[in-house]
Design a protein around this ligand. Structure first.
Ligand SMILES: Cc1cc2nc3c(=O)[nH]c(=O)nc-3n(C[C@H](O)[C@H](O)[C@H](O)COP(=O)(O)OP(=O)(O)OC[C@H]3O[C@@H](n4cnc5c(N)ncnc54)[C@H](O)[C@@H]3O)c2cc1C
Length: 351
């Protein structure tokens, strides 16, 4: 595998500025680690370590992402509890293997080349009801399911989560939101583990969230979010509202297609939705290879079958360029591109 950092990135995303601005470098984790150079070597073998089973070179990232895009990762492991997660991270660190923790991959664009490191699939899925309206939830718990359950139980704050196909950890990391609600507003505290194995709990007041942004996106010492405690208020109308939001989604979004939700953030300062700008630029249905701007919702890009990461990155670039030309607005990506050799490339930080 070529060590070039610009590997498989189209010209528009080739600026070294982007790659050097990766928000999380996983702390002391070396990017150019000799032991993870052997990309896809030992294909198909498993590596057992302290009861953990790592799959080598065989797991296709397209199977771990709602976009259905992405090649093989060098190591893959599923973790079902905190101890396994910490052991997997420790294994990676001891062997100088870069890693990424993912939930449902519903906000990630993986590369066709794959990922030269370890993908840790978070399956920490417990839910504890501490008091009425207080839920402590494993970071791998389905966010959609949590939103439906809390609303059905008569609590407001997470109605919007119904229909979001991510995990609690992913939603917290992204500060997912919709319909005027966002994850941060329902959080009481977040428990996470650091790169040097420390467990920390931060209460909501210690954490500064923004529109689709969380402090975890820039926290170098973060290894993984483990659990989140939500504090919700009683509401007799939460269930009805949750149903309404779901119905609105069904009517306005290409539910059932292979997408990653909204690709671009809304330019909040302009009071206009990214989808509206893309639509007004005449790009609904615009296609690059197997990637297409949805005809139903212009901020959803669909893998119509066989789309590559190159197709998707090119489509993103063309849409950005056309919207900029027509309206003078620089759209910023909401999705996260996982570079084959660098953990988490923030496409927004394009210098
Ligand atoms: C059909 C559809 C509809 C959507 N609708 C919405 C919407 O209404 N609003 C919205 O905001 N988003 C929406 N999304 C986007 C996406 O579902 C959310 O951003 C979701 O919260 C991502 O969760 P995930 O578990 O899939 O994260 P992933 O895509 O797996 O990961 C996203 C990022 O979070 C990090 N991460 C995940 N889990 C952890 C963890 N435990 N610890 C540390 N880091 C972690 C990953 O490393 C990665 O950088 C939609 C997506 C789809 C496909």
């Amino acid at each position: 595998m070529s060590p070039s950092p610009s590997l498989s990135i189209p010209p528009c995303y080739r600026s070294p500025g982007i790659l050097l601005h990766a928000p999380r470098t996983r702390g002391p984790f070396p990017f150019l680690c000799s032991q993870s150079r052997s990309f896809s070597k030992d294909q198909g073998q498993t590596h057992n370590c302290k009861g953990l089973k790592f799959i080598r070179g065989k797991k296709q990232l397209k199977d771990l992402s709602t976009w259905g895009i992405g090649g093989p990762c060098n190591y893959f492991i599923q973790v079902f509890d905190q101890t396994q997660l910490v052991s997997a991270i420790r294994f990676c660190r001891e062997h100088s293997i870069r890693f990424i923790v993912i939930g449902k991959g519903s906000n990630c664009l993986f590369d066709d080349v794959g990922f030269d490191g370890c993908v840790i699939l978070n399956r920490i899925e417990f839910l504890e009801k501490k008091e009425p309206g207080i839920y402590r939830v494993g970071s791998g718990f389905r966010f959609n399911r949590l939103g439906v359950q809390c609303s059905n139980e008569g609590f407001t704050g997470l109605e919007f989560a119904g229909g979001i196909p991510g995990t609690v950890g992913g939603a917290t990391y992204m500060n997912a939101g919709a319909n005027g609600q966002e994850t941060a507003n329902a959080i009481r505290s977040v428990e996470f583990v650091t790169m040097d194995g420390k467990f920390l709990r931060f209460s909501r007041t210690d954490l500064v969230f923004g529109y689709r942004s969380s402090p975890f996106q820039v926290m170098e010492e973060l290894a993984a979010i483990i659990a989140v405690t939500f504090e919700l208020q009683h509401s007799g109308s939460a269930k009805r509202r949750q149903h309404e939001y779901m119905e609105r989604r069904r009517m306005s979004q290409p539910v059932g297609e292979q997408t990653a939700g909204s690709v671009f953030r809304n330019p909040l300062d302009m009071g206009v939705a990214a989808a509206e700008l893309i639509e007004k630029a005449g790009l609904k249905g615009f296609r690059v290879g197997g990637a297409m701007v949805s005809k139903m919702h212009a901020n959803f890009f669909i893998n119509c079958g066989g789309a590559t990461s190159q197709d998707m990155l090119h489509l993103l670039a063309v849409v950005k360029e056309k919207v900029d030309q027509k309206f003078g607005v620089q759209l910023k990506e909401e999705i996260i591109y996982i570079h084959p050799e660098i953990t988490d490339v923030d496409l927004n930080k394009d210098g």
